[in-house]
Design a protein around this ligand. Structure first.
Ligand SMILES: Cc1ncc(COP(=O)(O)O)c(C=O)c1O
Length: 394
């Protein structure tokens, strides 16, 4: 048999990129090992501890023997708690039977795309964006169709452009609000407009709202608030960001009833299920006590956001919007006249600040950097001075 046409790595892996944050973090850590002082503003995880009631419940459940396989779609008590929580915070009545748990929201994104997208199907998604959307679409053999989020629109979708991109092959629109990496937040009118497009063109909407609670000022509108969408809406959320639980690996989806069996089958055949004691512990997330801890964390994020935005805007050559949600800044550095990747690399090596180039979120991120402000106020203040000195030296 000829091996000439055989590729050792599956062809569908071609063009697939991973999350640059992990790679940049490794480089920054290596510099630290060599004795350099680095301020970490690359990785997207809260620098807070998981709220104590959740940690204590996790330990209790381990002692109580919650160490066996749980049901594939998730522990019933957690699915019910999620449904109650969403029904009380959004304009919708969520059926626990439509809730499905996964080890991280990223796995739910992968699961949904693999359960719904056939080779050749087109998926519209925002760019710059969380890289897992494009990667999952490519791995499923689908065709990614990016729609650029413009700074001039505060990084919100241009609905006319979304509409133009719809073809007979389009199967899904992905939305993410509050957004990674820009911090942009879609309005209820944006969401309703997208809902109309989905209904008129018979499309699914996958709405990733993992930063829903990390917002400044008005609470962001949710796709769950849009009426008459339950037959085509896939809602994605998780515990990583809101409850500082990135390492617990816990996310979930709410899916239309008719696709639930396929989604559950995918989980069954891939990861089997999600760790039992983490699911049990997460029930404690939906209590007034935990809400209080989250509110304090968000207050702290807001202080950091304001100091960081003002600091960056005081540096000639940098222009930065004040995001309404998430914990990222996406400053425009095009006036520096250098590619984002070069600026990010040199800022790390020469300036001691670890950030991501905007291009880590798609080519449309050229001319931007992404900073996470999940770091202390004093480190952020120090980072501003390092960035100022670095920019001056260019
Ligand atoms: C927009 C977005 N969605 C989903 C995730 C995945 O979160 P996790 O898999 O930790 O639940 C992230 C993490 O950075 C994200 O930024």
């Amino acid at each position: 048999m000829s091996t000439a046409t055989k590729s050792r790595v599956a062809r569908r892996m071609q063009g697939v990129h991973g999350e640059a944050a992990f790679e940049t973090l490794a480089r920054a850590n290596e510099l630290e090992r060599q004795g350099r002082s680095i301020i970490h503003l690359e990785i997207g995880e809260p620098d807070f501890d998981t709220p104590a009631p959740i940690v204590n419940a996790g330990i209790d459940w381990l002692r109580k023997g919650a160490t066996h396989y749980p049901p594939s779609p998730g522990v019933v008590e957690l699915r019910e708690a999620i449904a109650r929580h969403l029904s009380s915070t959004r304009n919708v009545d969520v059926d626990p039977k439509c809730v499905i748990v996964s080890p991280g929201a990223k796995m739910m994104i992968f699961t949904i795309i693999h359960s719904l997208i056939d080779p050749g199907d087109e998926v519209i998604y925002p760019v710059p964006a969380y890289p897992a959307y494009e990667a999952a679409i490519l791995m499923a053999g689908g065709t990614p169709v990016p729609v650029t989020l413009q700074e001039s629109r505060e990084f919100r979708f241009d609905l006319a452009e979304v509409e133009q991109r719809i073809t007979p092959r389009t199967k899904m629109i992905i939305t993410n609000s509050p957004q990674n990496p820009t911090g942009g937040v879609l309005t209820i009118d944006d969401l309703k407009g997208l809902g109309d497009l989905a209904r008129r063109n018979d499309l699914f909407i996958m709405s990733d709202e993992i930063y829903a609670e990390i917002c400044y000022g008005q609470k962001p509108a949710s796709m769950l608030d849009v009426p008459n969408l339950s037959d085509r809406l896939i809602f994605i959320h998780g515990f990583s960001k809101t409850y500082a639980m990135t390492g617990w690996r816990l996310g979930y989806g709410v899916v239309p009833k008719d696709i639930f069996p396929a989604v559950s089958l995918f989980i069954n055949n891939s990861v089997s299920s999600t760790a039992t004691f983490t699911q049990r512990a997460a029930v404690e997330a939906f209590t007034p006590q935990t809400d209080e801890v989250v509110a304090r964390m968000v207050e702290e994020f807001q202080k950091r956001r304001d100091v960081f935005v003002d600091g960056l805007n005081s540096i000639p050559g940098i222009r930065c919007l004040r995001p309404h949600g998430a914990f990222y800044l996406f400053p425009n550095i095009s006036a520096l006249g250098k590619p984002s990747k070069e600026v990010a690399d040199r800022l790390l090596n020469e300036g001691g600040v670890s950030a991501l180039p905007g291009t880590a979120f798609g080519a449309q991120g050229e001319g931007y950097l992404r900073f996470s402000f999940a770091n202390s106020l004093s480190n952020i203040e120090q980072a501003i001075e390092r960035i100022r000195k670095f920019v001056h030296s260019l």
